[in-house]
Unconditional design. Sequence first.
Length: 203
Amino acid sequence: MAYVKAAQREQDIVAAAIRVLSSVGVAGTTLRGVATEAGIPLGTLHYVFATKDSMLRAVINTVTADVVAAIESDAAVDRGLVHAIRHAVERVWQGLVADAPGLQIMQYELAMYSVRSEGKGGLAQLQYERYTSLVADFWERAARAAGERCAVEFATLGRLGLAMMDGLIIQYLVNPDPDRAKRDLDRAVDMLVAYADPRSVVG
């Protein structure tokens, strides 16, 4: 077997894990199945990830990084909070929802699996804290860059934005209707913007 650097090996395993998780779900995913998908011996996978939990945490890190990349792709933070909110929603929806429904199902399964098996402080909490934080931080940077203030705390805005997306994503997964989803997204963003009520800072 050709030598593969440790960092590349980990990326390959995580990519294989995401494919398996998206196909058979969290409960049906095993380290052996991921090793087979990655085309490596089980012992090699165990050397990188000793447990299923450690592998799932790496999956969450990777998926979170993909969300960050989607949100910040071609982002113009100096255009203000309204633009940043619409940009984030549109990028995530098009790149990570409409084009990858299996990935979304996998994330929800992963979150609920964690809640049931680990409770507070588990993978689900890590997943949602990171999503909320990255969205809130992005929106706050946009507001500051444009000299704006937000009527609510950015942490609150981030949680509500994530809740809005979660609800619309689940409805889309259950009943895919791109036209309806686009209309609902636009209206939901309008409500989020109205709640944030961004205004220029005077003086």
